[in-house]
Design a protein around this ligand. Structure first.
Ligand SMILES: CC(C)(COP(=O)(O)OP(=O)(O)OC[C@H]1O[C@@H](n2cnc3c(N)ncnc32)[C@H](O)[C@@H]1OP(=O)(O)O)[C@@H](O)C(=O)NCCC(=O)NCCS
Length: 250
């Protein structure tokens, strides 16, 4: 700070006080008749402010590093005449996801719920997306075609140490968009995220009659770990087994 500045500030002590507050100094600038003391105090305050700015910058860099682990940037795909993208979900997707989940639940018996059961409203989805984005062991992806979300997948991890090596995978695609590789690409992106994030096991469960999904999982290295007998009761009045599958990454 030049002596000219010091002199001009010292003539306007109120200005010195306000300027100190404006840059976030905790202690106001108290002007002393002794210029040396004043310069020393200003120096200390400026150093403190710089130190705080450095800590803030470091926090931002760390946050960015974490986000790059959890966020999948938009990937573009084309199959059988349609273009679609796969990316991480964000808060703005919540309403669409809430509606799509109800729709898909009504389109298939391969999922656990009948249409409208265990409803998650948009704020519920906002919460899930926020949690997944903040958790390095979870990933929530959406597939967007023709301007709307047509499928989504989720890898859900845990903070519990003993199960922190694995995530549970779930996926669903709107029936009109089956066969376009959307399920494949949601799974592919999830696997490559998991492998590069140090996840050792991806686990899932699938209805024994869901050939489409079982084929898909086998193609990507999932193996059958076991059967949960008479695990589902479907609209034909019969019981069905659930197949438990896992994919291991050394
Ligand atoms: C299972 C599901 C996610 C697949 O999504 P999709 O976008 O249709 O899948 P894809 O187009 O990527 O096809 C994936 C694979 O399914 C298999 N598949 C496709 N059609 C099939 C059919 N008619 N019969 C058997 N397998 C079939 C193939 O292996 C295909 O891969 P390929 O085309 O490279 O050979 C989707 O059908 C779905 O959401 N179903 C309802 C919800 C559900 O079952 N979720 C899984 C719960 S565990």
């Amino acid at each position: 700070m030049s002596s000219l500045n010091v002199l001009s500030i010292s003539q306007f002590s109120n200005f010195g006080f306000l300027a100190g507050q404006a840059v976030g100094w905790n202690t106001p600038v108290v002007l002393s008749p002794a210029k040396n003391t004043f310069i020393f105090r200003v120096f200390i305050q400026q150093t403190r402010a710089k130190f705080r700015a450095l800590i803030f910058l470091k926090k931002m860099i760390l946050m960015n590093r974490n986000e790059s682990i959890m966020v999948i940037q938009k990937q573009e795909f084309y199959k059988k005449g349609i273009y679609y993208t796969v990316r991480s979900a964000n808060g703005k997707d919540a309403k669409e996801l809430s509606e799509l989940r109800v729709q898909i639940d009504g389109e298939t018996e391969n999922l656990d719920r009948e249409r409208g059961e265990a409803y998650i409203d948009p704020s519920g989805f906002e919460h899930i997306i926020r949690e997944d984005s903040a958790n390095r062991r979870s990933l929530f992806l959406v597939a967007v075609a023709e301007g709307r979300i047509v499928g989504f997948s989720r890898c859900q991890g845990s903070d519990l140490t003993r199960v922190s090596h694995k995530v549970e995978f779930g996926v669903c695609v709107s029936r009109d968009y089956w066969g376009y590789g959307i399920g494949t690409n949601l799974l592919k992106e999830s696997i490559s995220w998991a492998d590069s994030s140090g996840i050792k096991k991806i686990t899932l469960s699938v209805l024994e009659t869901n050939d489409r999904a079982i084929q898909l999982y086998k193609k990507f290295g999932f193996e059958v770990e076991g059967l949960l007998k008479k695990d589902k009761w479907l609209s034909d009045g019969k019981y069905y087994d659930t197949v438990v599958m896992g994919r291991f990454h050394e």
